[in-house]
Ligand binder design. Structure first.
Ligand code: SF4
Length: 153
């Protein structure tokens, strides 16, 4: 299926009035695999602070016209995580593998900017259970995400 993600932000920026989105002009940095983590977030996480930080991030992403810049290093979600150490994750090797898999699955390119709504829509329209199993079965949160994924169908 053709990806719904608009790869060229110059084109996508024409779709809305920039004056309405001043607050959102600064793109939120996100690692590719966090598109999945955020999609399945149900108020659980590594610590209370992390949960509060994640909930606030999801609220910010839900603002109209919110942009996301894809990164392969620590991102906005990592800022609130107890597993972050400097600009790396304690499970660096594991998250790099996750990022590679999810950037491929969602056709996200490092350094490019997208609308969060496009990433989310692309996720919902193209990701099937097999992809989730292939990409995330090694993650400690996998069973919870799979349960949520099934409930969304
Ligand atoms: S620091 Fe690691 S575990 Fe924490 S949010 Fe970032 S990638 Fe995920």
């Amino acid at each position: 299926m053709k990806s719904r993600i608009t790869k060229d932000v110059v084109l996508t920026l024409n779709r809305f009035d920039m004056n309405k989105t001043k607050e959102n002009n600064e793109a939120v940095e996100l690692r590719p695999h966090h598109s999945a983590c955020l999609r399945f977030f149900v108020g659980k996480g590594y610590s209370e602070d992390f949960v509060a930080h994640t909930a606030a991030l999801i609220k910010r992403l839900s603002n109209e016209g919110c942009l996301v810049k894809i990164t392969n290093s620590c991102d906005e979600l990592c800022k609130g995580c107890p597993n972050r150490t400097g600009n790396k994750c304690l499970s660096q090797e594991k998250v790099e593998k996750l990022d590679t898999k999810w950037s491929k699955a969602l056709k996200l390119e490092i350094g490019k900017t997208y609308y969060w709504t496009d990433i989310k829509a692309n996720f919902d329209n193209t990701i099937r259970e097999k992809t989730l199993c292939d990409n995330c079965s090694d993650c400690n949160w996998f069973s919870l995400c799979l349960e949520i994924f099934d409930s969304l169908r």
